[in-house]
Design a protein around this ligand. Sequence first.
Ligand code: NAP
Ligand code: NAG
Ligand code: NAG
Length: 357
Amino acid sequence: MYDIFTDDFETFINSWWPYILSICISIIYAIRFYVGGVDCVSRNRIDDKIIIITGSTSGIGLETAKDLISRGGHVILAVRNIDKANKIFEGIKKKNEKFKISVIQLDISDFFSIQSFAKRIIEEYEKIDVLINNAAVIFQPFQKTAEGNELTLVTNYLGPFLLTHLLLPLLNKSTNGRIINVSAVAHFTGKLKLDNLNMEKNFNEKDAFAQSKLALTIFTRYLASLLSKTKITCNSVCPGLVRGTGHLRNIFLNGNKWSKIYLWPWIWLFLKTPKQGSQNIVYLAVEPSLSDITGCYFSDCEIKNPAENVKDVKLAQALYSRSCSIVNINGKKLIDSLICPEKSNNNHDLGDGDNDF
Ligand SMILES: NC(=O)c1ccc[n+]([C@@H]2O[C@H](COP(=O)([O-])OP(=O)(O)OC[C@H]3O[C@@H](n4cnc5c(N)ncnc54)[C@H](OP(=O)(O)O)[C@@H]3O)[C@@H](O)[C@H]2O)c1
Ligand SMILES: *[C@@H]1O[C@H](CO)[C@@H](O)[C@H](O)[C@H]1NC(C)=O
Ligand SMILES: *[C@@H]1O[C@H](CO)[C@@H](O)[C@H](O)[C@H]1NC(C)=O
């Protein structure tokens, strides 16, 4: 008698199909493994560390927060939407009552909100060990913030610029303060238009995103040199291309409905999960051997070369003074006062010029 199952099965087994199928599966597996990047190898706990993460209500920031919380760190979630954050983190808190989590309001696109956030942190905390500038927006139409600057530039660069400076005194109190700026591969295509940072003319959403990330990456390097006399380190990191985040949703909103359907398999195949995207940030936050590494650009837990113009010191200086004047701080003075507290405390100038460095 003809048995459909065993006969067909035998022909199948004796054909090329099993080989073809297993090759396909191996290829898919290899691609997923390759794009997954590198996991943070450090199992280090950080029980006595206080960490601020901006934009921790979704995507990479949320995964980074979960990881650092589970390592015992006191994680301060700096979020613009308190209700959303409370909902997310109530669940996490219930899992273990030893978890240390604080939710504090911060809109990084609003200088006033940044000032009051920093004030509150300075009042409530003795030190900050790690600041992770993660919050960012992508592909926003042209719009200006209350202070009159373009939204993407403020959210991704000027806001973190101000916040970082205001928190420097607390970061200096840590035995090894670390600043981590989340950049993006897009910075490679960025062009810095110093005389037109807001892109008033010819605004383009993609260029605005790339410029903001380039500015951030230039800064990481420049600030590292300014802080070389302190124990504070600054590094930037590119998480890679990550799916399941607000960023990706926004890129999609720009495309049409069909693009979602036919792009999905490729996105699943070629993009990292948010957890994989968080690993390099976690690594920079917890790995003890990185305590002296500063001014670097990381990707997949390794130091990589950033875009060429990131190394342009003149450009960095110009950007620095331009940024200081926009956010209305005296960055150099602030940093000087970390290095020689006595000198800036008494007002008479000792006439030593700048040979103190
Ligand atoms: N996804 C990628 O492929 C990719 C690639 C390269 C770099 N990155 C970078 O990775 C970081 C995290 O991005 P993601 O992919 O996880 O995107 P995301 O899901 O869009 O996360 C962005 C976070 O920033 C917050 N945020 C936005 N504007 C804010 C504001 N004005 N004040 C306070 N918080 C604000 C958002 O808060 P709400 O929840 O309130 O919106 C959200 O929590 C970003 O710096 C991004 O540029 C991502
Ligand atoms: C992070 O970027 C901000 C600008 O947005 C800059 O002021 C700060 O110096 C940077 N920090 C590090 C560690 O690069
Ligand atoms: C900053 O840290 C350095 C080194 O730890 C210390 O000598 C200096 O006094 C600190 N500055 C301030 C303002 O506390």
